[in-house]
Design a protein around this ligand. Structure first.
Ligand SMILES: [Fe+2]
Ligand SMILES: [Fe+2]
Length: 152
């Protein structure tokens, strides 16, 4: 398995969950889909930053794309903080919550598309074959560890 295959597996789950988030009809279903998406995004971002963007950032040619992607991770974190705050105030499913959830869903799709279409081709030029393979192992381990340490 390559690091690209490993990242794409999570991207597919992110796409599916962000679509389900828009379609969920009740507050209970919105909450359960949102919690699954939040776990996926947090575990993925932590493992992706450590095992994909950090090695890319070590090279000058990988600096800009890594900064851009990590900035987008922050934007998604802020949207999730807003959603979490509203959940605490029992405002899940009000118009404002749905609007931020819609923005998050849109942002997730934009981000994974940009990574796959723009950043992966550049990363293939920067990383060598053994890194492409070895980074997948580190990514999968870090992803699983994050999930185990952050069970709801
Ligand atoms: Fe990302
Ligand atoms: Fe990603």
């Amino acid at each position: 398995m390559s690091i690209f295959d490993a990242l794409k597996e999570s991207h597919e789950r992110q796409r599916a969950l962000s679509e389900q988030l828009l379609a969920a009809p009740t507050p209970e279903q919105k909450l359960s889909v949102y919690e699954a998406l939040r776990m996926e995004l947090h575990a993925h971002a932590a493992a992706e930053e450590r095992n994909f963007y950090m090695p890319l950032m070590e090279r000058d040619s990988g600096l800009d794309l890594s900064r851009h992607a990590i900035h987008e991770h922050h934007l998604m974190d802020e949207m999730m903080e807003d959603l979490d705050d509203m959940i605490k105030k029992d405002k899940i499913g009000v118009d404002e919550w749905d609007e931020v959830a819609g923005n998050l869903s849109h942002r997730v799709n934009h981000h994974v598309d940009e990574e796959e279409n723009k950043f992966f081709p550049k990363a293939r030029e920067i990383l060598d074959d053994s890194e492409i393979k070895n980074l997948a192992k580190g990514y999968n381990e870090d992803f699983a560890e994050y999930q185990n340490n952050n069970v709801a």
